[in-house]
Design a protein around this ligand. Structure first.
Ligand code: IMP
Ligand code: MG
Length: 176
């Protein structure tokens, strides 16, 4: 892939696949017998949720919410907007939010507060990546793929100006 040549690999496709399978099995054990909804945050989680859902052998539902906090910039403004809402109510359902990355945490703070008003049975957070160095609010993460340093990463759903989402691994842009 020519796009991939612009990047330095941080987590390979194999490393991601293995970790996602482990996370799926953990969720499978925790939600056996429960009415589970996997709630993907668009657009960054589109690959993660598709792999994660396939490693959970339970009769779950999948839904999506579109959130935008950045516009075209790479710094969180803290102002979050719902660009596309859930397709079904989550009242009395067990919700697992599936997110690409928790950076400042401001997006998740907004989503957790917003979902609480819809009276779900429970809400947990599953994120592939976490950058603790940039946290501006404490977000409880229930399922974590990888903790990373303060670097801007792309690939496997994550973008830089809408580019690189389709790269099969997670990487950082090479300089020069
Ligand atoms: P937060 O509100 O600062 O936690 O940011 C959340 C959103 O910012 C994530 O869901 C991503 O869409 C985006 N984001 C944060 N860090 C990165 C990064 O390193 N690469 C790509 N997108 C990022
Ligand atoms: Mg996101």
């Amino acid at each position: 892939m020519k796009l991939a040549q612009e990047l330095e690999i941080l987590f390979s496709a194999d490393q991601i696949a293995q970790r996602v399978r482990e996370m799926g099995k953990q969720i499978e054990r925790d939600y056996d017998g429960k009415d589970l909804v996997l709630l993907g945050v668009l657009k960054g989680s589109f690959l993660f949720i598709s792999d994660l859902a396939r490693s959970i052998d339970l009769p779950l539902a999948v839904d999506f919410i579109g959130l935008s906090s950045y516009g075209e910039a790479t710094e969180s403004s803290g102002v979050v907007k719902i660009t596309s809402d859930l397709s079904k109510p989550i009242e009395k359902k067990h919700v697992v939010i599936v997110e690409d990355i928790v950076d400042t945490g401001l997006t998740m703070r907004y989503l957790l507060d917003n979902l609480a008003t819809r009276h779900p049975a429970s809400v947990k957070l599953c994120t592939l990546l976490h950058k603790p160095a940039r946290a501006r609010t404490k977000i409880p993460i229930d399922y974590l793929g990888f903790q990373i340093e303060d670097r801007f990463v792309v690939g496997y759903g994550l973008d830089a100006g809408e580019k690189y989402r389709n790269v099969p691994f997670i990487g950082v842009k090479k300089h020069g």
